[in-house]
Write a protein that binds this ligand. Structure first.
Ligand code: GCO
Ligand code: MN
Ligand code: MN
Length: 389
């Protein structure tokens, strides 16, 4: 990892924003819009101005749900031109299966088979838009796939319906030669009281049960894991280790609150640091997507501050990760705590190895003499993050 010389975003950083993020108009359950509508093509220009690399969208962020085929074609064509003119790529497309009232009982998991079929049709059409715009990642976030009462359906039936829909969509991508991969995004609650597939780990368990497991991975979101009080970096690391980190949603969130979608790094700087360090250390080369929005107090100049802030914080933390990796005292402690000593090798199982391990005598007193200076290590990290090191 080389140190960034400045904190200016560059295309190789692969920073992306959804149309719905910088285009968020600040409505919440208690109050109305505070910012005027910004047309998708103008959002693209704004993203180019702040230095983003990519723009993502839901089908209906761009094409109104009841647009005619001709309207749809001309909107998508004009958007594509705007992206090209502004030098932005469309790495990911997704589908809104949560906004229209028809999804009040879910989409792929709804009890009404007509709603389920409509959800699949709507997704296929969103995939068509994605293919036209060059997107290779298709995110599926089942915001309405959940319950207020478990009386409404057996929970395992929901899993089966979800599987059936995703299997179908994989086949559609193969049939059309779209070369898309699906990134499944978990969330514990909001807008439903409980959402099926509440954590990234749930999806990692579900994916191997698909007909085409190689076509499905995850899109972990920082706020979603933090809402449950979980360690986001651990979820990302597990997904990465399984070869399933297809996309990532970066933002921030105070644990135990409503879904806040705060600017990246604004609530839990230390968690953001470990996350950035992880992504950079393993050379994750997918998009770094900020699924967040500006405070409701902002106008569109403030939205630019928000977007620039997400990217700047990421780059500062990347620089800090580089310093951490080259800090002699930190590295000295790491070498000390990871030394093997005289530990018997476990390795791959064999009968002889098992006998050897069973007969080994462990000197617990000696093992306990080994220093584990994690207080010092953590304080060095804090000093480094606070800029006094
Ligand atoms: C949320 C989700 C969404 C999804 C998006 C993509 O909490 O609302 O994070 O923003 O990421 O809909 O499918
Ligand atoms: Mn979210
Ligand atoms: Mn998200």
């Amino acid at each position: 990892m080389t140190r960034a010389k400045d904190y200016q975003p560059r295309p190789e950083d692969k920073f992306s924003f959804g149309l719905w993020t910088v285009g968020n108009r600040g409505r919440d359950p208690f109050g109305d819009f505070v910012r005027p509508v910004m047309a998708p093509n103008d959002i693209v220009a704004m993203l180019a101005e702040v230095g983003a690399w990519g723009v993502n969208l839901h089908d209906n962020d761009l094409v109104p749900i009841d647009a005619s085929a001709a309207e749809r074609d001309s909107i998508v064509r004009s958007f594509k031109k705007a992206c090209e003119a502004n030098g932005l790529v469309v790495p990911m497309v997704t589908v809104s299966l949560f906004f229209h009232p028809i999804f009040r009982d879910g989409a792929f998991t709804a009890n009404d088979p007509e709603v389920r079929a409509y959800a699949v049709q709507k997704t296929m059409r969103a995939m068509d838009i994605g293919a036209e715009l060059g997107a290779k990642i298709f995110v599926l976030w089942g915001g309405r796939e959940g319950v207020e009462t478990d009386a409404c359906r057996p929970a395992e039936e929901a899993v089966k319906r979800l599987r059936e829909a995703i299997n179908y969509l994989c086949r559609y991508s193969l049939d059309r030669g779209y070369g898309m991969k699906f990134a499944l995004e978990a969330k514990p609650n909001e807008p439903r009281a409980d959402i099926y597939m509440s954590t990234t780990g749930s999806y990692l368990g579900f994916i191997p049960t698909l007909d085409h497991p190689e076509m499905a991975g995850v899109n972990p979101e920082m706020a979603h894991e933090h809402m449950s009080g979980l360690n986001f970096m651990h979820a990302v690391a597990q997904a990465w280790e399984a070869g399933k980190l297809f996309h990532i949603d970066l933002n921030d969130q105070m644990p135990g609150r409503y879904d806040q979608d705060l600017r990246f790094g604004s609530a839990n700087l230390k968690a953001a640091f470990w996350l950035v360090k992880f992504l950079e250390d393993v050379h994750y080369d997918g998009p770094r997507h900020f699924d967040a929005h500006a405070y409701r107090t902002e106008d569109y100049e403030g939205v630019k501050d928000f977007a620039r802030g997400c990217m700047r914080t990421y780059l500062i933390l990347k620089d800090k990760a580089c310093l951490w990796n080259h800090d002699r005292e930190i590295q000295g402690i790491l070498a000390e705590i990871s030394s093997d000593g005289n530990a018997p090798k476990i390795g791959k199982y064999s009968s002889e190895g098992a006998s050897r391990l069973l007969n080994h005598v462990f000197d617990k007193e000696k093992i306990l003499q080994k220093r584990l200076p994690y207080e010092r290590l953590d304080q060095l990290t804090v000093d480094l993050l606070l800029g006094v090191r």
